[in-house]
Design a protein around this ligand. Structure first.
Ligand SMILES: *Cc1c(COP(=O)(O)O)cnc(C)c1O
Length: 379
């Protein structure tokens, strides 16, 4: 018998209350029971996004929300600026290009954070840029980008700022109204502790004026149609009812814990994980690490795939390796969503044994001790 631990950066572990809610008989999405539930979900999403505006909900993976953000804000021939610092930043560019938008790119070395002054310079060099696309927590490199600083630059211009917050919402502070971020995209299977299948888009007043004028083709991911339906506690099309029911549970759990406490928990788990891996002599890959996950540089002489495989087969732990450019160079330990101290302790203890088994000698308990030292400190 082996217990399984899912410590990958999505899908993440599902909240037990959400699992139980999904096991109940399905309800009719045009009936009063669903409408009352959706009314509470709308409130919960506004709290999570820290916005007074409606947060739109689509049945798709997170990428659907990203596509929606592109097609509802741009028009043919528009200029866009894309910050490309990993796989998800690249995705913004790919979606733009799929719709005939040729973005200007700010290319950032993987593992590094964008320098916000580069965004200011790009906007100054081309004042016709309509939208800036950024990634808050870049899951492919483990970097947290400084969205607050980027927003300060973009809000002083006519351009709007569109942020992929799929692994940062409910992990680290992102007050969209206060920072004046214009579109914030979230997904269900990361910090929201429910399965994949829902995407969310928070939209600012400034962005809504742009949405009114947008002429790129769209049908399913139509912001105006979705907002109109939500205002009547409806969805434009049949939603993934079971996932909305699960979301109701996870939003309630986040509200009960309180956003500041949720952020503090992720920060502690991240600091503990970083302390654990560095105590084993390993190096962090990200220069500005996200509290959602820890990207670790693979030490010389060891195969990244062997680390991932041994953790899975010998210890029942699923983590992620690197993708595309950093495949074989890093592995990623996630600590977001329904994750707590025990997950980090289990992960580091198994990592110590795995590294020893693979010929990277480390003293058993050294990583775990560093984890415990962080966790036992107050705050
Ligand atoms: C997971 C993730 C996505 C969305 O991917 P989907 O597979 O479409 O849900 C987008 N951006 C980031 C930063 C992510 O971590």
């Amino acid at each position: 018998m082996k217990k399984r631990h899912l410590l990958a950066p999505g899908p993440t572990q599902v909240l037990p209350e959400a699992l139980l809610a999904m096991a109940r008989p399905i309800i009719y999405h045009r009936g009063p029971e669903y409408e009352a539930l959706l009314a509470r979900v709308r409130e919960g999403l506004k709290i999570l996004f820290q916005t007074k505006n409606e947060v739109l909900l689509f049945t798709s993976s997170g990428t659907g929300g990203m596509e929606g953000a592109v097609v509802n804000t741009l028009s043919p021939g528009d200029r866009a600026l894309v910050i490309r610092s990993g796989k998800f930043g690249e995705r913004w560019g790919e979606i733009c290009e799929a719709y005939g938008i040729q973005p200007r790119y700010i290319d950032v070395e993987w593992g590094r954070a964008v320098e916000p002054h580069l965004v200011a310079a790009a906007l100054k060099a081309d004042p016709s840029i309509k939208a800036v696309f950024a990634t808050h927590s870049e899951s492919s490199t483990g970097v947290l980008h400084d969205v607050e600083a980027i927003a300060r630059i973009v809000r002083a211009t006519p351009a709007i700022l569109i942020v992929d917050a799929i692994t940062s919402l409910g992990v680290v502070d992102l007050p969209m109204d206060a920072w004046e971020v214009d579109v914030v995209v979230g997904g269900s299977q990361k910090s929201l502790m429910i399965p994949p299948g829902l995407a969310f888009c928070g939209v600012s007043d400034k962005a809504w004026t742009v949405v009114e004028r947008s002429r790129l083709p769209k049908f399913y991911f139509n912001f105006k149609a979705e907002r109109k339906s939500l205002e009547k506690n409806q969805n434009a099309f049949t939603p993934a009812v079971s996932l909305v029911v699960a979301l109701h549970e996870s939003l309630a759990a986040i509200r009960a814990e309180g956003l500041p406490a949720v952020f503090a928990r992720h920060d502690r788990l991240a600091r503990a994980t970083r302390a654990g891996v560095t105590a084993l002599g390993l190096e962090l890959f990200a220069e500005r690490p996200t509290p959602a996950l820890t990207a670790v540089t693979v030490p010389p002489g060891i195969e990244a795939s062997a680390i991932v495989k041994t953790l899975r087969t010998a210890h029942g732990i699923t983590i992620s390796g690197g993708q595309t450019k950093v495949k074989g160079k890093i592995f990623r330990l996630a600590h977001l969503g329904y994750a707590d101290e025990s997950d980090v302790v289990v992960c580091l203890s198994a990592l110590e044994r795995t590294l020893n088994d693979l010929g990277y000698p480390c003293k058993l308990g050294e990583g775990v001790r560093a984890v415990q030292e962080v966790l036992s400190r107050a705050g």
